[in-house]
Ligand binder design. Structure first.
Ligand code: ADP
Length: 259
């Protein structure tokens, strides 16, 4: 707590009283700390791929006549790390746009069947690659959602993408959509590795990962779920997660029906 006291004087010498202003700075401190931590996380996340790129480029420059096979492998690493940087920067920009409260977005009545069709086009190759069975259960007449089509697509893509990433070959990822009187509900269910109970409360935090190395190897930025959370906040929705290690994970989210 910060205290600021101003004396009140009758004339130049006699004091009549004082005004004390008490200000709780713990919240400010906390926000400051979150910001500092975020900047340090971002720097670290950007530096990791950059260090690797630099290392491989320097080796290629030093060993100009190395075997074509080796060259090829190094160039592939450089390409992968550049892709990671690109994903990271895209996610950071998305997140910062979503977080700036003043940034209003275009709202339209969005057809969820179309959204999910586009989502499937994006994620199908990854699912096929891993032999993952992608199941969809969406009523054709599901009520549309008032919001941003792009953001709603991103919401489903991030969750389905995680489902595919954290499920081993031959597993299943299911998208289920249904509605009640005032909400449209969606469930993204996978038969993957699951999330330990102690990690569940933190997975929506920026850069929080259950297993850093595994997430990186699978191409994750650690920002997917915080983007999901922000998109839902912007659309007045919400999200919950249920998970069992080695059995699978179920994300359940809701969006309000237009009035
Ligand atoms: P990442 O880019 O690392 O996937 P996210 O923000 O999307 O970042 O997710 C945060 C963490 O939550 C992941 O690193 C992973 O540990 C865990 N996670 C998210 N979705 C799933 C899932 N479907 N199954 C298992 N773990 C998951």
């Amino acid at each position: 707590i910060r205290v600021h006291v101003t004396p009140i004087k009758n004339d130049k010498t006699t004091e009549r009283g004082a005004v004390a202003v008490l200000r709780d700075v713990t919240e400010l401190r906390r926000l400051e700390q979150i910001r500092t931590e975020f900047v340090s996380n971002v720097s670290h996340e950007l530096r990791t791929p950059l260090t690797s790129i630099k290392g491989y480029v320097e080796t290629l420059l030093d060993e100009r006549d190395c075997e074509p096979g080796v060259r090829e492998r190094f160039l592939q690493v450089i390409k992968d790390e550049t892709d990671r940087l690109e994903r990271l920067i895209t996610d950071l920009l998305n997140l910062s746009q979503l977080e700036s409260a003043s940034d209003s977005f275009d709202q339209e009545l969005v057809n969820l069947n179309q959204v999910i069709e586009n989502v499937l086009t994006t994620v199908m190759p990854k699912a096929d690659n891993k032999g993952i069975d992608l199941k969809v259960d969406v009523p054709v007449d599901i009520t549309g959602i008032k919001g941003s089509r792009g953001q709603l697509e991103r919401l489903y893509i991030n969750l389905v993408d995680n489902g595919i990433k954290y499920t081993s070959e031959g597993g299943q990822v299911k998208i289920k959509v249904y509605e009640d009187e005032d909400r449209v509900w969606s469930e993204i269910i996978d038969t993957g590795m699951g999330i330990p109970e102690e990690d569940l409360p933190r997975i929506f935090e920026r850069f929080y990962r259950v297993d850093k190395t595994r997430s990186r190897k699978l191409g994750g930025t650690g920002l997917g779920l915080s983007i999901v959370k922000h998109i839902l906040e912007r659309h007045n929705g919400g999200i919950e997660v249920e998970s069992k290690v080695e059995e699978g994970t179920k994300f359940i989210f809701w969006l309000p029906k237009p009035k």
